[in-house]
Design a protein around this ligand. Structure first.
Ligand SMILES: Nc1ncnc2c1ncn2[C@@H]1O[C@H](COP(=O)(O)OP(=O)(O)OP(=O)(O)O)[C@@H](O)[C@H]1O
Ligand SMILES: *[C@@H]1O[C@H](CO)[C@@H](O)[C@H](O)[C@H]1NC(C)=O
Ligand SMILES: *[C@@H]1O[C@H](CO)[C@@H](O)[C@H](O)[C@H]1NC(C)=O
Length: 394
């Protein structure tokens, strides 16, 4: 070893301790990049496929995507998605002409089956159906129509598994999948086409349609401020407002997005529609209120806050109010359209702040960001962005 090192170029040898330390620091750095999911390689995505396919080969995984993943192998071009994901696995893939994103669900919840004197037991169909309805009631405060509930209790919409062993495995999978807010929302509300469309599952993995990320940069990184970019930004703003309108009015009660970031929006493949990607933090209003109520104690408003979702602290009872005070429009105006304050001094310009921004738009944006906007202000905001866009496009 020493001999080998001696043969290294002289300069490297004289600085060998520096070289050793540098190598150690660099490899530690790279190790943590992977460990904290800041970096990933496509190999990791393939490893997930290997894992689920080995389950499939043993008869321990089923779902509509198992065959294309493991037998015909026509799901290709696996690409991993880094960033600290709460989910174990997030990777995109191509299946013929469709781009899809695979996600895994955690399996550390109590399973649906149990043991009775060492005998493996499963709920009956009737019990399973009512359990699923109870979950949906608890997670979304929604009483499912019978047909929708039946659809949720099967992996394939119009197929009833007759083989009891396979049916039990299907129940196991469904049970884990349905705990996941994203799987739940995209499966229940497929017909509304507001959330990413579900495509299929295999074992504890499900796939949804791939959404094109927003390529427009804002803030300090937006260097090119051409009129063409400005027009794109205005269009995006209108698409975002359309989506918020749907979240407000398409459901029995409004949906709140508690983790709003520009990179949580994405366009469908035909670029016709903008959807929200991060459904783990999207909840109906009463559910957020009950999340706050479960906190039991607060002494300031800041205690009644869950990412972007907020309520007020009742100083008499020291409990969060039952009323959600945050509002999707207000958060979007503040964090996305107007910009945000860095360390209370530097104002980072948002999507709609540029040299082309008319004063009237800036003023409406400030109003909208400062207090929960009413219907009138929401309409004025939409109209003025629309007008500015028309003026740019002539
Ligand atoms: N349907 C999709 N289409 C395109 N990209 C997606 C899709 N779903 C997830 N991604 C990408 O994978 C990343 C992580 O996915 P997801 O949002 O589900 O996990 P997360 O734990 O909520 O991560 P984060 O909150 O950091 O974004 C997203 O930020 C996005 O870049
Ligand atoms: C569920 O919704 C109903 C009707 O909107 C409401 O009265 C009830 O308080 C909600 N339940 C919970 C747990 O929030
Ligand atoms: C605060 O809680 C007390 C006790 O529960 C209640 O009487 C009061 O009306 C609440 N105040 C507000 C502003 O909601």
């Amino acid at each position: 070893m020493i001999l080998l090192t001696r043969r290294l170029p002289g300069i490297l040898y004289s600085y060998r301790y520096v070289v050793y330390s540098a190598a150690t620091i660099i490899s530690t750095f790279i190790y943590f990049l992977f460990k904290w999911n800041l970096l990933c390689v496509n190999l990791q995505a393939w490893r997930h496929v290997e894992r689920v396919c080995s389950l499939f080969d043993k008869g321990l995984a089923l779902g509509s995507l198992c065959a294309p993943l493991c037998i015909s192998k026509d799901i290709l071009s696996l690409t991993c998605h880094s960033f600290q994901s709460a989910k174990d696995a997030v990777f995109s893939a191509e299946w013929h002409d469709i781009k899809l994103v695979f996600k895994s669900v955690p399996m550390d919840v109590q399973p649906i089956h149990w043991y009775d004197n060492g005998v493996l037991k499963y709920p009956t169909e009737k019990e399973f159906l009512s359990t699923i309805r109870t979950i949906v009631k608890r997670k979304l405060n929604l009483t499912l129509a019978y047909d929708t509930a039946v659809r949720l209790t099967h992996l394939k919409p119009s197929y009833e598994e007759q083989d009891l062993k396979k049916r039990h495995l299907e129940m196991d999978h469904l049970w884990y999948l349905l705990q996941d807010n994203e799987y739940l929302l995209s499966t229940i509300f497929t017909d509304k086409d507001i959330f990413p469309q579900p495509i299929g599952t295999c074992g504890p993995y499900f796939a949804v349609e791939y959404l094109e990320p927003i390529r427009i940069t804002t803030g300090v990184f937006s260097v090119e401020d051409s009129l063409a970019t400005w027009s794109l930004k205005l269009k995006l703003a209108l698409n975002i407002l359309d989506l918020l309108e749907e979240l407000d009015s398409s459901f029995r009660e409004p949906f709140h997005l508690c983790d709003i970031k520009l990179n949580h929006f994405g366009y469908t493949s035909n670029r016709k529609k903008l959807k929200f990607i991060d459904l783990n933090m999207a909840f109906p209003r009463t559910i957020i209120a009950s999340l706050f109520k479960d906190l039991n104690f607060c002494d300031k408003d800041l205690d009644c806050q869950y990412l972007d979702c907020k309520a007020m602290c009742n100083k008499t009872s020291n409990m969060c109010d039952n009323l959600v005070t945050s509002d999707n429009h207000q958060i979007i105006c503040e964090k996305i359209f107007l910009g945000w304050r860095m360390s209370n001094t530097v104002q980072v310009p948002g999507l709609l702040i540029s040299e082309y921004t008319p004063d009237e738009l800036a003023s409406i944006l400030r109003q909208c960001a400062n207090a929960r906007p009413d219907t009138e202000l929401k309409r004025r905001l939409y109209d003025i962005i629309y007008e500015v866009l028309q003026a740019v496009n002539v």
